[in-house]
Design a protein around this ligand. Structure first.
Ligand code: GSH
Length: 226
């Protein structure tokens, strides 16, 4: 069924991972999956540019339809395959509102994470400032406290918008996983730690786990003092 779908992606990219989790949850296994190398600049190859003029990953095609933006691809998959696999948009008014709220706050969360851990990638060498990196890390701490509070309010074993998995989890979980891979302490952020553990067990997450994240990368300590 998914043979007419193609996903170009790179390992460890939260935007790519969102789409992969959505495909798994919607039972769309069997799509054409092409792992590209960021280091080799394959995201700027003709193969990508033909689908995505921005030269970014994910790049996603279903038949002749192109939906590259990760949020858009997740919404598209849910609306095209509504009755297949996990229902990702809840019917309940409150749960649905919370899902929308959290998934779009997820953009800010991802920006704050990126500014703290990919600082050297985004800022050229001569323009880097210790004070700016410190400020970015402080902004991430403020953000982390917000999400810790959201999860605390929902209670143990909850997903981001309530008792069931929704698009908010599909979209925000890769950000949370990246935090822990980069050394965030589950002792300091126990609710986020619990949520990470809950999501890690989902077959969709296991099936799409970034291949370059073996256990031996867990020692990364960029965020250990946050
Ligand atoms: N808004 C896009 C962002 C995609 C994105 O930034 N992808 C990164 C990989 S994580 C990329 O391809 N960066 C290369 C570039 O921007 O040139 C989405 O959510 O799909």
């Amino acid at each position: 069924m998914a043979q007419d779908m193609t996903l170009l992606w790179c390992s460890g990219s939260p935007p790519c991972w969102r789409v992969m989790i959505a495909l798994e949850e919607k039972k769309l296994q069997g799509y054409n999956s092409k792992l590209l190398s960021f280091e080799k600049m394959e995201h700027k190859s003709q193969q990508v540019l033909d689908i995505n003029p921005r030269g970014q990953l994910p790049s996603f095609k279903h038949g002749n339809i192109v939906v590259n933006e990760s949020y858009a691809a997740c919404f598209y998959l849910e609306s095209q395959f509504k009755s297949q696999g996990t229902k990702l948009i809840p019917d309940g008014t409150e749960e649905q509102a919370l899902m929308y709220q959290r998934m779009f706050e997820g953009l800010t969360f991802y920006d704050k994470l990126s500014a703290a851990i990919f600082y050297d990638y985004y800022v050229p060498e001569g323009e880097r400032l210790e004070s700016a990196l410190k400020r970015n890390k402080e902004a991430l701490v403020t953000e982390l406290k917000l999400w810790e509070g959201y999860l605390e309010k929902l209670g143990s074993g909850s997903y981001l918008a309530g008792k069931s998995l929704t698009l908010a989890d599909v979209i925000v979980f890769p950000t949370v996983a990246t935090l822990f891979i980069f050394g965030l302490s589950a002792e300091r952020y126990p609710k986020l730690g619990e949520y990470y553990a809950l999501m890690k067990e989902r077959p969709s997450v296991k099936a799409s786990w970034p291949p370059h994240w073996p256990e031996n990368l867990m020692g990364q300590d960029t965020l250990k003092d946050m």
